[in-house]
Design a protein around this ligand. Structure first.
Ligand code: FAD
Length: 564
């Protein structure tokens, strides 16, 4: 197959769909061209996004089974876990990216540098927008048989005013902007025309958000200030520089084991990184940040003059995901697109659209399951559900069924046994309808989304590739009406099950590891282990060589403190 320039669509388009846009049907091979080439029919698979989820999928997909088209505004895969290192020049930006065209060579797919803006589910058309060199947007439809949405997330603004004065850290462009900004601040602070007060402000770095990204950035910044600043900026004194982390929770890295969070806090305290917990940013001004802090005296409003602010406070939905969620009937989660356990987008009429990675969450219909059970029980006993009582043994029976259907809920269900007893306020060994509804609310909140991590996106991409390979093989032996009649996904492959492999974080010449019970933190050895893990996970030999070169270069010559 050959790439057809988008401009040809404008010259000779077949138009259609609700918006009467050109349909790029000749970009994806179809039944007719398969027949002409004497090949078996291959379904059109479109993948949106080139992040962790999509790339794991593409690398594991059987190239003989699908005509693949990838749509993404980024023509590279970004190795995000090391992105904080690129903000201060420890690593170079190009060492963290792998060109998508190199990756997709194996699946023989088309790549379109464009973004999806909408989907017409009933007509199986994706509305795609491309931007030409003059900045004009061209919209067209791309048809699909199977579609995978892996468009990631955006930084959560939490409705705070003044975020235009902040930097974000999601993409390679963000890392470049941060690196330039830090460098400009340092240079300006050295000018003889800069008054002392302004100099202090320029050298005050604030990180809003004490999760892994914020903490790793603070650690990299601290390393750079300590190791290279004194050598190359003799006019700047170390005690003129301040690094502050504002965290809303009681600890930084609050998803890690508490001992590790405390270890990281102690390390930061030793390194003079000012961690402010129980604090919430109210507003960001051009030259200062205003926040409230819970103290023994109550809630106090404080402010810090700052020359740089990183906003890193969790993720939320991209505008595209919001458009899809608004269109579908069965989407109730504000933060991500809901899927069933087979990763099919909830509410889609044909079950042919999947969502993976940060943009998605596996729908929690555990409580529906329990209510159905209760209704059946009521019906069997000739009662209304409201009149029903659920005994502890009924509950255990349900819990077993739920565990079988939702293996990822196993741990939570153990804890819910305890909750059952707590809700059984009159110690009768049963719950009435009201108590049960309360318990179900708890279940829903306990089983909220899986973590928004590369680890999860990678596992989902891998899972989906394996299933799509199996689906393609299963299709060959089945008639069309047989396929439409049953749940083929369920027949060919198990539901998705997330396996948490552990978490690690760099905290400035030290690293911490949280491997499900095996938790430890340490200095140089731990840092080498941290590097080795990511070195091994890096996407290609090319990026591994570049990483090794960057680390050696920094050890020998220090970081390149320049702005581009
Ligand atoms: P992404 O990797 O975000 O990719 C989304 C893709 O979709 C991108 O290619 C984007 O260009 C494309 N896209 C966006 N909109 C559209 C559209 N409308 N149409 C088509 N394409 C679109 N996780 C860990 O497990 N460990 C870590 O140590 C870790 N460190 C991190 C450090 C940083 C600085 C950051 C930002 C994240 C880190 N994460 C880490 C989280 C991890 O990067 C994400 O969970 C992961 O990238 C999610 O993968 P994804 O495939 O869902 O989306």
């Amino acid at each position: 197959s050959v790439d057809i320039p988008i401009s040809e669509l404008a010259l000779n388009p077949r138009r259609g769909g609700p918006k009467n846009l050109p349909i790029a049907e000749h970009m994806v091979d179809d039944d007719e061209s398969d027949e002409k080439k004497g090949q078996k029919h291959k379904p059109k698979l479109v993948v949106l996004g080139t992040g962790w989820g999509s790339i794991a999928l593409l690398k594991n997909l059987n190239p003989d089974e699908y005509h693949v088209t990838i749509v993404s505004p980024s023509n590279y895969f970004l190795f995000t876990p090391m992105l904080p290192s690129a903000t201060v020049g420890t690593l170079e930006l190009r060492s963290l990216v792998e060109p998508v065209r190199r990756i997709i060579k194996n699946v023989g797919g088309h790549f379109l540098r464009a973004e999806a803006v909408d989907i017409e589910f009933s007509e199986k058309l994706i509305e795609v927008a491309s931007v030409d060199t003059e900045g004009n947007r061209q919209h067209f439809y791309l048809p699909y048989d199977k579609l995978v949405v892996g468009v990631g997330s955006i930084t959560n603004p939490h409705g705070v005013k003044g975020l235009e004065h902040c930097h974000f850290l999601k993409d390679i462009t963000d890392a470049r902007l941060i690196r330039n900004r830090i460098n400009k601040n340092l240079e300006k602070a050295c000018l003889p025309t800069t008054p002392d007060e302004e100099r202090k402000r320029l050298l005050s770095f604030v990180i809003s958000g004490g999760g892994p990204t914020g903490v790793e950035f603070a650690a990299e910044l601290y390393d750079m200030l300590n190791e290279d600043l004194c050598r190359f900026y003799p006019r700047i004194l170390r005690n003129e520089i301040s690094v502050h982390v504002i965290q809303s929770r009681t600890h930084i890295l609050n998803t890690y084991d508490e001992a590790l969070s405390k270890y990281a806090e102690a390390r930061f305290a030793h390194d003079q990184v000012n961690v402010m917990t129980n604090s919430r940013v109210q507003e960001v001004k051009e030259d200062r940040i205003i926040f409230s802090q819970k103290t023994d005296k109550g809630i106090e409003t404080k402010e810090i003059p700052m020359g740089f602010c990183l906003w890193s406070t969790g993720v939320s939905q991209t505008p595209f995901s919001q458009t899809l969620a608004a269109k579908l009937s069965n989407q109730n989660n504000r933060h991500a697109l809901e899927t069933d356990t087979h990763l099919r987008l909830a509410g889609t009429p044909l079950g042919d659209v999947y969502a993976i990675g940060d943009c998605s969450t596996v729908q929690n219909n555990v409580s529906d399951h329990i209510m159905t059970f209760l209704r059946t029980l009521a019906w069997e006993k000739g009662k209304e559900p409201q009149e029903m009582q659920m005994s502890f043994s009924d509950w255990r029976l349900v819990a077993r069924k739920v565990k079988h259907r939702f293996p990822q809920a196993a741990d939570h269900l153990k804890r819910l046994d305890k909750l059952f007893q707590e809700y059984d306020k009159d110690q009768s060994g049963t719950l009435d309808y009201g108590e049960l509804s309360e318990l179900l609310k708890q279940i829903d909140s306990k089983l909220t989304s899986l973590p928004a991590t590369a680890q999860r996106a990678h596992q989902q991409g891998l899972y989906l590739a394996r299933k799509l390979n199996k689906l393609a093989q299963a299709r060959e032996g089945l008639m069309r009406n047989e396929i439409d009649a049953g749940d083929l996904d369920d027949a060919v492959y198990k539901p998705f099950e997330y396996r948490h492999m552990g978490s690690l974080a760099y905290i400035g010449n030290a690293a911490i590891f949280d491997f499900n019970g095996l938790n430890f933190g340490g200095g140089l050895l731990a840092v080498y282990l941290w590097r080795s893990v990511y070195f091994a996970q890096s996407v290609s030999l090319r990026t591994r060589i570049l990483l090794a070169m960057d680390w050696s270069k920094r050890a020998l010559f220090g970081r390149d403190l320049v702005s581009y």
